[in-house]
Ligand binder design. Structure first.
Ligand SMILES: *Cc1c(COP(=O)(O)O)cnc(C)c1O
Length: 440
């Protein structure tokens, strides 16, 4: 197992992240515990930004905060000069609590409520990414009632399929997201938006999928969108300020994954946009991207304590840990694959193949099938890698399991950034039968 970022095996033979022995973290904060390598997040953010600078392109790199939204994480994004994507009132509220610069917040979502749109306008977010006709007319009405203007991007679906798991495909025409480019919907939306007094159309947005390993899809999408932009420029002189090509850059979860370097995605995308623009009357728009997973995914790991084991002779050995689909639902949801080591003795030789089960009451609650490990048992600490994206953000309280704590490790220091949920937290919103009767 190759370690990412600052990960290494220290003098005590333990796994260390950000100069911190993860066994000390498990002892202090308990398990399950998410640990982030903050230096690696910074490096990833700087990698994207540097590439745009090197290419001389005005850009925004917006962290898709749904990958992992918390106040400290959003403050880290601000420190690195990122913009921020939010997709709900709750994510927007978190960004506001983190005092993130509002003009760099982009508000996404296929079903923003009227309240959420008002909230976005109250806080004066940088732009709203409009997804469908009903949202467009709602926004037209709201801006006219409020006598205010709002900046938008139109989300289009370019009909490009990203090579990835079906459940997370969003670029194809039959998608719940965006205005279809091919059928003329996008053109109709643009015309309506341009006619609206309260709406300023900054440009177009597309997001073709997630965990993508090739640039082909991005290049095809860019080509198709710019083709349309050229047509619209000729027909009604529309000149976009912004072209947002979304996120979805893949990361290495296991040795079978072969992602490109973040810089390579950006270089190829920018080159394609430049080429497409070159022979047209369009001027070069700002390029915005929205990485989520590729900023935080491989910078996070989860520590679990090994508990019971079960041998099914001639079939397999199960090792159960003290978390599961409550803190990482991705294996159950997408058959996502992970690698792991024993944090207390990562260099011990592999002796057997085990399957890692969670503690939830679902047969599907398996974290890893067929993991090579040294002989392990109760009390060992398992570190599952690459859980930094869509781990905590999808965590839930199934079986009333409290959500784990989150720690940031950097430069030999560890800082608790999200507290562990307590049993009291779990019942905090519950009303007793008597309270429910009295509250009528
Ligand atoms: C989810 C999402 C992203 C981020 O995707 P990653 O795969 O985490 O990079 C970016 N943009 C939009 C619109 C999204 O829905």
């Amino acid at each position: 197992m190759e370690l990412n970022g600052t990960g290494r095996v220290n003098e005590r033979g333990h796994l260390e992240i950000g100069g911190v022995d993860v066994m000390d973290l498990a002892a202090e904060h308990g398990t399950p515990l998410y640990v982030y390598d903050v230096a690696l997040i910074r490096e990833r953010a700087r990698g994207f930004k540097r590439t745009f600078e090197k290419l001389g392109v005005t850009a925004q790199v917006a962290y898709a905060s749904k990958a992992f939204s918390s106040i400290a994480m959003i403050q880290l994004a601000e420190q690195e000069g990122l913009s921020l994507d939010v997709v709900s009132g709750g994510e927007l509220y978190t960004a506001i609590q983190a005092e993130f610069p509002v003009d760099k917040i982009h508000f996404h979502g296929n079903n923003k409520s009227e309240e959420e749109l008002h909230m976005a306008m109250d806080y004066k977010v940088g732009c709203i990414v409009v997804d469908n006709f009903s949202e467009l007319s709602l926004l037209d009405r709201i801006t006219s009632e409020r006598k205010e203007k709002v900046k938008i991007l139109l989300r289009v679906t370019p009909g490009i399929e990203a090579h990835t798991h079906d459940y997370i495909l969003t670029g194809q025409e039959d998608s719940k997201f965006g205005f279809d480019l091919t059928s003329g919907q996008a053109e109709e939306a643009l015309k309506q938006a341009l006619e609206s007094q309260g709406i300023e159309v900054l440009g177009l947005h597309c997001h073709i999928g997630s965990q993508i390993f090739q640039t082909t899809g991005f290049l095809l999408a860019a080509k198709k969108i710019i083709g349309q932009l050229k047509k619209w420029n000729a027909e009604f002189s529309y000149q976009p300020k912004v072209l947002n090509l979304g996120g979805g850059f893949g990361i290495r979860y296991t040795s079978e994954d072969e992602p490109l370097r973040p810089a390579q995605y950006v270089e190829e995308i920018v080159t394609e946009v430049k080429n497409q623009i070159a022979d047209s009357s369009l001027s070069m728009p700002e390029i915005w991207i929205e990485p989520g997973r590729s900023l935080v995914g491989d910078a996070g790991l989860t520590l679990y304590k090994v508990g019971s084991e079960k041998d099914v002779p001639q079939v397999r050995k199960y090792l159960a840990v003290d978390g599961g689909m409550s803190d990482n639902i991705r294996p159950a949801l997408y058959e996502a694959k992970y690698e792991a080591v024993l944090a207390n003795r990562p260099n011990d030789p592999v002796e057997e193949t085990v399957s890692i089960a969670g503690k939830c009451c679902e047969s599907g609650d398996m974290l890893i099938w067929d993991l090579p490990l040294p002989k392990a048992g109760r009390g060992d600490i398992l570190a599952v890698f690459c859980t930094g994206a869509y781990g905590y953000s999808m965590a839930n309280n199934y079986n009333r399991i409290p959500r784990p704590a989150v720690v940031f490790a950097e430069g030999g220091e560890a800082r608790l950034v999200i507290k562990r949920e307590t049993y009291e937290d779990l019942v905090r919103l519950d009303l007793s039968y008597q309270q429910a009767l009295n509250s009528k």
